[in-house]
Design a protein around this ligand. Structure first.
Ligand SMILES: [Zn+2]
Length: 403
């Protein structure tokens, strides 16, 4: 076994031929990935930096690992990879995760390092440990193991590793796969390795961004009576927002809490001019019980009498817990980790699978509260716990008596 825990503080140039990408190869071939290997694997996938737009080196390393598995059929599209088993099972489960991260801190929070918290918890610190290379490491380990002779999963499996999740939606590697290779993403259920504390976070809220615009008449501020102040005209817009009571909506047994509020305000061109235009930018995070059109209608009703322009919208996703396969996974995770299914408030790529008609949930080892933070870190015991819950369900689901 290759150990990488010995000296992570050494500069990467000290051993150029045993870089993280080479370690990935060594860690994954051959054999079942043991818990300690899983920790090394997480370090390896994190220590190949992959800030959005710069995923090629990690995608290359992951591709090498996947192509070395005889039970996987692999395709690459840009820096996205899809690897599939063809075991002739009735149903197919998709395991998906993005390879990119948000930018590093200054000084850089890579390479990763292990630290022991005061309560004795061993944590891996560094960019990507939470969002979402913990999930990626688990999926990679499963990709290597499940489907080898004697390790028969209950369903056919599709692994999707993709680029450009942490940037604007138009660049999304998963969105590109949806456009270029939708058939490769086909499945009965998708599990996204986004951080969820090893619990199920189902579906996600949708998001709608609008500009509420007011208009006035410009004038010299010394003779303000000659003009009409557009910023003052926005006062009722702010009053309606301040008074708005966000809804809580139950969908498939989970309660989604909505948010609606101003995220920006713009107006005025100089310190001596009555502004003739003002724009309040409003973001509505809406429960997946309604689509974009309904959400837009709700916002237009709230701002009746004002000009409302939609600038950005993405539908949410129902949690899909009414689907027997999803419900079975949720029950298995709850039994294994003691965590009840919860709603996901932030928008995630489960919505893209929902659009393809594939129910999807988030299930990953990280704590979502630490995603994108400077002190991003993962208690390493969560890796094996998450992998074990997922692995045993993939091996047993649908084959247990009465299932
Ligand atoms: Zn993420």
């Amino acid at each position: 076994m290759v150990r990488v825990t010995t000296d992570r503080t050494a500069p990467a140039t000290a051993a150029p031929d045993v870089g993280p990408a080479a370690l990935l190869d060594g860690l994954l071939d051959p054999g079942t990935v043991a818990s300690s290997d899983l920790v090394d694997l997480l370090a390896a996938v994190c220590d190949v930096p992959s800030v959005s737009g710069d995923e090629a080196a990690l995608a290359d390393a992951v591709e090498r690992v996947l192509r070395a598995q005889p039970h996987l059929d692999v395709l690459r599209d840009g820096d996205a990879l899809v690897a599939r088993t063809h075991l002739g099972r009735d149903r197919r489960v998709v395991l998906a995760g993005h390879l990119d991260t948000v930018p590093l801190t200054d000084p850089p929070n890579l390479p990763t390092r292990l630290e022991t918290a005061p309560d004795g918890t061993v944590e891996m610190w560094g960019r990507g440990t939470v969002d979402m290379k913990g999930g990626v490491a688990i999926m990679l380990a499963l990709a290597v193991e499940l489907g080898r002779p004697g390790v028969e999963p209950a369903h056919d499996l599709t692994y999707v590793f993709y680029d450009h999740e942490e940037v604007e939606a138009s660049l999304s590697g998963l969105g590109r796969l949806v456009r270029n290779r939708p058939e490769a993403l086909a499945g009965d259920f998708a599990i996204l390795g986004e951080s969820s504390n090893n619990g199920i976070e189902g579906g996600c809220n949708g998001t709608l961004r609008v500009e509420v615009r007011t208009h006035g008449v410009a004038a010299h501020s010394a003779r303000a009576w000659a003009g009409v102040n557009a910023i003052h005209a926005a006062a009722p817009v702010l009053a309606r927002l301040a008074a708005y009571q966000a809804r809580e909506v139950e969908v498939d047994g989970l309660v989604y809490r909505e948010s609606l509020g101003a995220v920006g305000i713009r107006g005025g061109i100089a310190g001596n001019v009555v502004p003739d235009a003002c724009t309040v930018t409003v973001n509505y995070r809406f429960a997946p019980s309604q689509g974009v059109a309904e959400a837009e209608a709700r916002v237009r009703e709230l701002f009746e009498g004002f000009e409302v322009v939609v600038t950005d919208a993405a539908p949410g996703a129902r949690p899909g817990l009414d689907d027997p396969l999803v419900a079975d996974f949720a029950a298995a995770v709850q039994a294994a980790t003691g965590t009840e299914p919860r709603p996901k408030y932030g928008w995630t790529d489960v919505a893209r699978f929902a659009e393809l008609g594939v129910p999807a949930v988030n299930f990953g080892p990280g704590d979502p509260v630490l995603a994108h933070k400077d002190d991003e870190r993962l208690p390493v015991a969560r890796l094996a716990a998450g992998r074990d819950a997922l692995r045993s369900w993939l091996l047993d689901a649908g084959t247990a008596p009465g299932a």
